[in-house]
Design a protein around this ligand. Structure first.
Ligand code: PLP
Length: 344
């Protein structure tokens, strides 16, 4: 126990319960990945598997497919945007599934999944639902209030917001489960956060609303700008654009479309890499900082993901993900225009 860690846990739990009618309880962990592995270790029953929507952060996918099978846990997949497909999987494998797990918006395709609907269907089979809410934070979306049972954060991203700490959080509604199972597993696995990292998270939380608002505004403008080049950019994935498949659902469950976006260049691998290198945006697999960060998933975050799954989840050679920061939007657009000129 540590008073700084406890104070930050209370703050994150309060933010998650804001506007709702149930109390939330948070446990901080040493990273986003340890939040995921601690939750799985604490809650996944022996012999049961996890049902996932496969558009997940590359590290999460790698953990599910390379680590969990070692302890005999199977991974089941379904397209959670398709109610019939999800329901069929639950009906067919329900007895074998211990947790339902997804991210929304997804990484890096920015698909939107209906949190209320997935949670409602999973509840019919008495299976708890876990949502990785890292892209949104509780400022934009509160999955526990939409029916999910647990929320995961990599606080390394928007919650800290400055790229100065690594941490994770698990938030749930049931105090008894959070204390006696999740907190206990965290303690025994040694996935605890350090007090200093918790202190840095606390610094970040103070500016969370300001950052989320401004970064969303910049992302909206950049997404609209990219959509003006259909000869060079095949598609822009941003929930704030009207053509996006998740536009209406996003409006329903998110207070803002957020500052993550991705787009697909009409270019081969070589040209796409040259495009990335031309941009002065920082190249980093992380996200949620005050600086704009660029990621080329096929050659970085998803390099170890089975090429078949990469293809199925739309991670083409031309796909680029941006975490849009706080810079002057004119500078961001000027940079983008210079790189787009490479694609003739
Ligand atoms: N969840 C999402 C959506 C992420 O993007 C990441 C990392 O990029 C993680 C979890 C893992 O977090 P961490 O890097 O803090 O271990």
């Amino acid at each position: 126990g540590n008073p700084t860690i406890e104070a930050v846990e209370k703050k994150l739990a309060l933010l998650e319960s804001l506007g709702g009618d149930t109390d939330c309880h948070a446990v901080l962990t040493s990273s986003g990945m340890s939040a995921i592995s601690t939750l799985i270790q604490a809650l996944l029953p022996h012999g049961k598997g996890v049902l996932i929507h496969p558009s997940l952060y590359g590290g999460t996918l790698e953990y599910f497919f390379s680590e969990l099978p070692k302890s005999g846990h199977k991974i089941f997949q379904a397209d959670f945007r398709n109610e019939t497909e999800l329901n069929n999987s639950l009906e067919k494998y329900g007895e074998e599934i211990g947790l339902v797990y997804f991210e929304t918006p997804t990484n890096p395709g920015l698909e939107i999944i209906d949190i209320s609907n997935v949670s409602r269907l999973a509840k019919r089979y008495e299976i708890p639902t876990v949502v990785d809410n890292t892209f949104c934070t509780s400022y934009i979306q509160r999955p526990l209030q939409l029916g999910a049972d647990y929320v995961i954060y990599s606080t390394t991203k928007f919650i800290n917001g400055h790229g100065t700490s690594i941490g994770g959080a698990i938030i749930g509604k049931n105090e008894e489960v959070m204390r006696n199972r999740v907190w206990k597993t965290m303690k025994l696995m040694g996935t605890c956060i350090s007090p200093f990292e918790a202190w840095l998270i606390n610094q970040g939380i103070k500016t969370l609303p300001l950052r989320m608002e401004k970064q969303t505004e910049n992302a909206s403008q950049l997404a609209k700008h990219l959509a003006k080049f259909p000869d060079k950019v095949r598609v822009v994935h941003y929930p704030g654009l009207e053509h996006h498949s998740g536009f209406d659902l996003g409006k329903k469950q998110m207070s803002l479309p957020g500052s993550m976006l991705s787009f697909e260049l009409i270019a081969n691998l070589k040209k796409s890499v040259a495009f990335c290198n031309r941009l002065a945006y920082s190249k980093a697999p992380t996200l949620g900082d005050t600086d704009t960060l660029l990621l080329h998933p096929a050659t970085s975050s998803h390099i170890n993901v089975d090429p078949k799954i990469r293809e199925e989840t739309g991670i083409t050679d031309g796909l680029i993900r941006l975490s849009v920061g706080l810079e002057d939007i004119d500078d961001l657009i000027e940079e983008m225009n210079a790189a787009l000129k490479l694609l003739i």
